[in-house]
Write a protein that binds this ligand. Sequence first.
Ligand code: NAD
Ligand code: UDP
Length: 319
Amino acid sequence: MVAAPGHALVTGGAGFLGSHLCELLLRNGFRVSCVDSFATGTATNVDHLREDPRFRLIEHDVTAPFPDVGDPTLVAHLASAASPRDYQRLPIETLHAGALGTMHALEVAERAGARFLLTSTSEVYGDPLEHPQRESYWGNVNPIGPRSVYDEAKRYAEALTMAHLRQRGTDVAIARIFNTYGPRMRADDGRMIPNFITQAIAGAPLTVAGSGTQTRSVCYVDDTVAGLYALVRSTLTGPVNIGNPRELSVRRIAEEIRDLVGSASVIESVPGAVDDPQRRCPDISLARRELGWEPQVTLRDGLRRTVDWFAGHRPDAAA
Ligand code: NAD
Ligand code: UDP
């Protein structure tokens, strides 16, 4: 449980999710120290926060010990590449962010007596054999495949976080976040939603991988960060699934985006990704019951806001 207002240290705060979490924390009265190496995020994501005297941006790689950051009451650890394209481009860095980065962030939380939030992932379930996925499911991960650098880093990070709780009494919480989308995703991060939106806006073919029958359950970013905030304000350790339980095929998501943009793009089949999870859908009973949280934003509304943002941020769009 963390008292508000306090001092939040947000690692990976200049990334997609991190920048939204920084905003939400400031709105709720926190001072925010945002730590980021800009490996996959950018200072531009938090430019609008820099006028606020309660916000500071610290350039730092979490795989190295932290500089003096003062005494946070909350350490929210988001620093890690997250998109398959990014973590397959940065495999060793991703393993180190999950292992060394999590170790350093936990040590800061332990020293300060702060609550620690690990942003883990639905990828700990791998290509799941159980549907929907409950937190009690142990997962089906290929430990040496191209996705393993991310999946196993997060599984290790979860284990380290639980060891801190058991051995040192650190106040920890683990969120298993499912696919989240919204403004400030990078157009070139390779993920499904930015790809489909930029392709639809450009009138280019929408590249659906494999059969397109594989499923994802996508959650709008405002809902995800509201879930993270509910978790840090609670006494729950978790892990707790944070995601939207509406499960759709990848092809259907492509069609929704094409319709919303009003694009004449065709849907093109491209080779499927190695070890691509075939079904993914969170069971969010625990979050509903213990956090009183569930997603509020419909797919249409969330996609509309995201499409509008991308349309305004094309390289050729007016600033
Ligand atoms: P992102 O790439 O936009 O943000 C990650 C941020 O971490 C970037 O700003 C990057 O520069 C920073 N970073 C990476 N390595 C670092 C290091 N060694 N030191 C300091 N900073 C570093 O990705 P995101 O989608 O915002 O994801 C944020 C977190 O949420 C990640 O931990 C990710 O695993 C988790 N998550 C995200 C999703 C999702 O759908 N977006 C789903 C599950 C989990
Ligand atoms: N995908 C796709 N076309 C793309 C990018 C991704 O069909 O241009 C598929 C990908 O193979 C996966 C799903 O969309 O089945 C979600 O991929 P994403 O990279 O967004 O996230 P993941 O859930 O795999 O981490």
